[in-house]
Design a binder for this molecule. Structure first.
Ligand SMILES: Nc1ncnc2c1ncn2[C@@H]1O[C@H](COP(=O)(O)OP(=O)(O)O)[C@@H](O)[C@H]1O
Ligand SMILES: N[C@@H](CCC(=O)OP(=O)(O)O)C(=O)O
Length: 378
């Protein structure tokens, strides 16, 4: 294929995660927009026919459930939102199953919560199940397991889930289909002169000031999409934020057309281990680090040495994930500790050449080596 003048980062890419947001799937928050779903599935069917592997992350359970239950306004009580999601998820997957079958594609329902991806065992299970489904040619349809979570329902954030799934399957591309044509330099709802962004590195800090929230319904808006793009970038996944109502949007993206906003991953895809560190492991304790250590972690990507640590909290073993907090309690980084909490307390504040004298052994001179350390998103 002639790719000159096209988005080569997207063309011929093998593995896509497509996330369809609530604002798009629903008619003003009421029920599912079935004709629109049929249109996206038809396009995704064509992706599959080209040999592109696909995972779908779909919101819309709450809205579909509200319609089924005859509710016209979105409830505020968490248990009612969760009940609506449980009812609506049936409608949602039934709809996808019916539509994908038209193209001889089987679907599978996957319900996940962030904690599932924080347990090493469940992460590995989810990963191998989804990878197996992809190999079988099945389209996994992922949503949050709303019955057991509260935060994500409250903030309406399936963007993060999309990014975590992209990390999980090491996707090449994450497509966030939404109700705006792309990301603008200001929220177009409140700023009619806002201009759409074409491409930027996901790490570009200017994005933070441009991203607004999702408005009255308290949805994630562009804030969670930018954060998702940064999370996805950690597995080398490029993200496109794009309008789901644009004619044949998925087909056109796959041909390299410059639609929406491309947020690029760093050139160097991080190793699987780093992906894991970035979002998946449960933390077992905390290091409080001084200003000098916080500065060199943030600006030079340095390892954490005992000398920069002023406090050690929690109970952890060597190899466990520990948070690094600055003196004000802000998370600077997280990483795998080379020492248990007990030994860390004994060497905190000391120069590395004194470790052996105190402990009687030295594993590594760092408390956390930079290869096992991931800076936190600010
Ligand atoms: N800089 C921006 N560019 C585009 N949209 C923005 C921006 N800042 C805030 N938004 C808002 O984000 C909304 C989309 O986010 P959201 O409602 O969470 O959608 P979804 O359900 O697709 O995740 C848009 O309707 C828009 O008003
Ligand atoms: N998981 C829930 C809500 C998640 C949600 O709305 O997220 P988003 O599409 O990012 O605004 C649902 O299916 O209704």
């Amino acid at each position: 294929m002639d790719t000159s003048g096209k988005r080569t980062e997207i063309v011929n890419k093998q593995r896509w995660v497509v996330k369809i947001g609530s604002s798009l799937l629903t008619n003003n928050g009421q029920g599912l927009d079935r004709p629109a779903i049929a249109g996206w599935v038809e396009q995704m069917g064509r992706l599959r026919a080209q040999g592109i592997e696909l995972v779908l992350v779909s919101s819309g359970a709450v809205a579909a459930g509200m319609r089924r239950l005859g509710w016209t306004t979105r409830p505020h009580e968490m248990h009612k939102l969760q009940a609506a999601a449980a009812v609506g998820q049936m409608t949602l997957v039934h709809n996808y199953e019916k539509e994908f079958l038209k193209y001889n594609l089987q679907t599978a329902q996957i319900l996940l919560v962030h904690d599932d991806l924080a347990s090493r065992e469940r992460y590995l299970n989810a990963r191998s199940t989804i990878n197996t489904l992809i190999e079988l040619g099945v389209v996994p349809v992922v949503n949050e397991n709303d019955t057991v979570i509260t935060e994500e329902i409250r903030f309406g954030d399936n963007d993060t889930l999309g990014a975590l799934v992209a990390n999980l399957v090491e996707a090449d591309v994450l497509i966030l289909l939404t109700d705006q044509d792309g990301m603008f330099d200001a929220d177009p709802r409140s700023n009619p002169n806002a201009k759409m962004l074409n491409r930027l590195p996901a790490s570009d800090e200017r994005l933070d000031a441009m991203a607004g929230d999702g408005g009255a319904l308290g949805r994630g808006g562009m804030v969670t999409k930018v954060r998702a793009a940064r999370l996805a970038a950690r597995s080398g996944t490029h993200t496109v934020i794009v309008g789901g109502r644009i004619d044949n949007v998925i087909d056109r993206l796959s041909k390299g057309e410059e639609l929406g906003t491309l947020l690029l991953a760093d050139e160097e895809p991080k190793t699987a281990r780093k992906n894991w560190l970035a979002g998946h492991l449960q933390t077992c304790g905390e290091y409080i680090i001084d200003d000098g250590a916080a500065h060199s972690l943030r600006t030079q990507g340095s390892s954490l040495l005992p000398v920069g640590v002023t406090g050690v909290f929690g109970t952890f073993n060597r190899g466990d994930m520990v948070l690094c907090l600055d003196s004000e309690g802000n998370e600077v980084a997280r990483g795998l500790s080379n020492y248990s909490a007990l030994d860390s307390r004994r060497i905190a504040g000391l120069p590395s050449d004194e470790i052996e004298g105190v402990l009687g052994y030295v594993d590594q001179v760092e408390l956390i080596h930079r290869d096992n350390l991931v800076l936190s998103l600010i």
